[in-house]
Design a binder for this molecule. Structure first.
Ligand SMILES: C[S@@+](CC[C@H](N)C(=O)[O-])C[C@H]1O[C@@H](n2cnc3c(N)ncnc32)[C@H](O)[C@@H]1O
Length: 233
């Protein structure tokens, strides 16, 4: 049984969270108006070709879905300047923050999608992404809201299609029920294996992991994150 009603096209969770917060500062507005069109992952011509979009030849493509304020994505892109990144985030204040940090650090290895990550996943060719990070997706804890969760059999099929064999899907959450929800789907998936051997494999952050704003709040509130790595078969 599929997680969402079948409509002919593969179903998608859609966007349910907020897209705007406090008013943008002047420079943030300028970045959104002037820089975002140049750095957009999806333009009028469709998805940019990551192999030719940059002024260098990337050795791999990675993606972060729902980057929030971009703390983790910026750190990854700064540490791996020979890798191309696509960041997806519909919350425009987060996008503005990311653009400002990219400018400060002179990062030239990123494209941004200020919207639903499913748009990018469905525009990507097969087997081209080395790593996809989904860090603290909105938990939607109430039973009737769970169908809004990003992880579903449909989005997992999208992730599986775009990842290269051996590619990584990394998932972090502080919500036990969401960890169980995702593991249950991975364990019955023909496309992914879960790599954990011992508990330290999922309670320790990944090497080089930079804490996100959401994680910092979760830890302060006494919740324990888990870090799950799934390998594309
Ligand atoms: C709980 S927040 C976590 C943000 C960030 N990853 C962190 O750890 O601080 C979840 C984020 O996912 C974004 N989001 C929700 N649905 C999305 C979708 N379909 N595509 C991309 N991002 C999405 C939200 O706007 C929000 O910023």
């Amino acid at each position: 049984m599929s997680d969402t009603e079948h409509t002919g096209q593969r179903a998608r969770p859609g966007l349910h969270g907020r897209r705007k917060g406090k008013p943008l500062r002047q420079h943030q507005t300028e970045l959104i108006e002037q820089e975002l069109p140049r750095l957009a992952a999806l333009g009028e011509q469709g998805l940019v070709d990551w192999r030719t979009a940059f002024d260098f030849t990337p050795r791999a493509l990675r993606m972060e879905i729902g980057f929030g304020g971009g703390e983790h994505l910026i750190a990854q892109a700064a540490a791996n300047r020979d890798v191309a990144y696509i960041g997806c985030e519909p919350f425009i204040n987060g996008v503005a923050k990311l653009l400002a940090r990219m400018e400060e650090l002179g990062l030239n290895n990123m494209r941004v999608h200020p919207g639903d990550a499913v748009d990018v996943l469905r525009a990507l060719p097969d087997a081209c992404v080395e790593q996809i990070d989904l860090l603290y997706p909105d938990p939607w804890p109430k039973r009737r809201q769970r169908k809004r969760r990003f992880v579903s059999e449909e989005t997992m099929a999208d992730l599986a299609r775009v990842l290269i064999p051996g590619g990584r899907w990394r998932f972090a959450t502080d919500i036990d029920d969401y960890a169980g929800w995702t593991l249950a789907r991975v364990l019955r998936s023909p496309d992914f294996t879960w790599t954990a051997q011992t508990s330290s494999d999922w309670v320790q952050p990944w090497p080089g992991f930079v804490q996100t704003r959401y994680e910092a709040k979760a830890v302060l509130a006494g919740r324990r994150p888990v870090y799950l790595t799934f390998i594309r078969k």
